[in-house]
Design a protein around this ligand. Structure first.
Ligand code: FES
Length: 101
């Protein structure tokens, strides 16, 4: 899987999260208790963007209908979503942020 540099990774330092379109996909990278994670930016229930949604511990909450996802593996922990978010390997290298798709 190729690695792609995530632009504007300064936002990650400032906000704890950054969203980017990479390889035609919207990716959300965020820093959580468990470390750095990268997931698809759209809720699997009705494609609501997760970029500004609250993060509680290792979970993100989709406030449109209340689904919750564990950001470590993308799995839903509360409905109505039943499918996991796609997750991607992410790492810092030479001061730059990279995601593998
Ligand atoms: S779009 Fe996220 S719970 Fe419905």
């Amino acid at each position: 899987m190729p690695w792609y540099r995530v632009p504007q990774c300064d936002a990650l330092a400032a906000n704890g999260r950054v969203t980017a379109e990479i390889g035609g996909r919207e990716i959300l990278v965020c820093r959580i208790d468990a470390g750095l994670v990268a997931v698809a930016n759209r809720c699997t229930h009705s494609a609501w963007p997760l970029s500004s949604e609250p993060i509680e511990g290792n979970e993100i909450v989709c406030t449109l209908h209340g689904a919750r996802f564990d950001l470590r593996d993308g799995c839903p922990t509360a409905g109505p979503a039943s499918r996991p978010l796609a997750t991607y390997p992410v790492e810092f290298r030479d001061g730059e942020l990279y995601v593998s798709l």
